[in-house]
Design a protein around this ligand. Structure first.
Ligand SMILES: CC(C)(COP(=O)(O)OP(=O)(O)OC[C@H]1O[C@@H](n2cnc3c(N)ncnc32)[C@H](O)[C@@H]1OP(=O)(O)O)[C@@H](O)C(=O)NCCC(=O)NCCS
Length: 261
């Protein structure tokens, strides 16, 4: 298995080389020499990421001594459900009389993009690599804007929107994208969800996901839901756990390279 993966999309987006060394769940003793060689061989302008399964936590101090800093995590949940399981209610509270869940249309795009900017890209609650000195100032805003705009243009994207009140204020959204089937089962990758701060705590995130599950159940006998979040994101983790998702693994992601801010 190759230890490295070139992050071509991210590299072309930011204009500097980005490479990920994937240690996965390998024992440090088995890969330390190869990882050292990859670090020494990297060009000085390269941003090196290293991802390590949390089960190999003791590799972190060794990586710190090689100059890596921990800035990101991937808490991966992989849940395979039958049609019946998708249509069961999952931690869904009573209907919300002033909210309705609808399919996203172009009329919602501006609200989705501005919520993403304010509640994810610029939010200090969302902890990720873009807050690190390894990325130029403003990277989170440009990266999320481009990513979500691309997803919204994808005709396969399932975009659910919560509208609130008579003036149909956009209170939140949740997006899934079909991925490559795994072991013959269709996969849906959770892209992003945001609930406006004034509308949090009302179970809207769960209402949005139920709306999407029902659509998946119309299309497939079984699906695998692929969700990734940061370990620091307690509201998402609580919602995944209480709605019966299955935690798969946690990766810790560290960074090394020139400072760009
Ligand atoms: C994640 C998000 C969509 C959930 O919105 P929501 O549906 O209103 O969720 P809630 O506010 O009801 O919170 C869900 C659970 O987390 C708990 N919670 C909320 N804030 C919390 C915090 N700061 N620490 C710990 N638990 C918290 C709630 O009590 C609730 O758990 P409970 O039902 O067991 O009591 C919303 O917090 C959000 O938009 N966050 C910013 C964007 C983001 O992180 N998106 C996800 C990226 S993967």
């Amino acid at each position: 298995m190759s230890l490295t993966r070139s992050e071509a999309w991210e590299a072309s987006f930011f204009g500097f080389p980005v490479e990920e060394i994937r240690m996965g769940n390998s024992l440090l003793a088995d890969v330390a020499d190869d990882v050292s060689a990859l670090i020494e061989g990297a060009a000085p302008e390269t941003l090196l990421k290293v991802s390590v399964d949390a089960r190999q936590l003791h590799a972190i101090p060794w990586l710190e001594r090689q100059g890596f800093e921990l800035w990101e995590t991937r808490y991966v949940w992989m849940t395979t459900w039958s049609r019946d399981e998708l249509t069961q209610t999952h931690a869904l509270h009573a209907a919300l009389p002033e909210d309705r869940i609808v399919w996203g249309t172009e009329s919602h795009h501006e609200a989705i993009l501005s919520m993403t900017e304010a509640q994810v890209a610029k939010s200090t609650d969302v902890v990720n690599r873009f807050a690190s000195p390894f990325y130029p100032e403003g990277s989170a805003e440009t990266w999320y804007a481009k990513w979500i705009a691309q997803v919204l243009q994808n005709p396969k994207a399932l975009v659910a929107v919560a509208e609130h009140g008579e003036d149909r204020e956009v209170a939140g959204y949740f997006i899934y994208l079909p991925g490559e089937p795994q072991d013959g089962v269709d996969v849906y990758k959770g892209i992003l969800s945001v609930i406006q701060p004034g509308h949090r705590g009302r179970n809207l995130h769960v209402h949005l996901q139920q709306f999407l599950f029902e659509e998946m159940a119309k299309r497939h006998e079984r699906v695998t839901l692929d969700n990734t979040t940061q370990v620091s994101n307690y509201p998402v983790i609580r919602n995944h756990a209480k709605s019966g998702r299955r935690p798969d693994h946690i990766e810790l992601v560290m960074f090394r390279g020139p400072h760009r801010r």
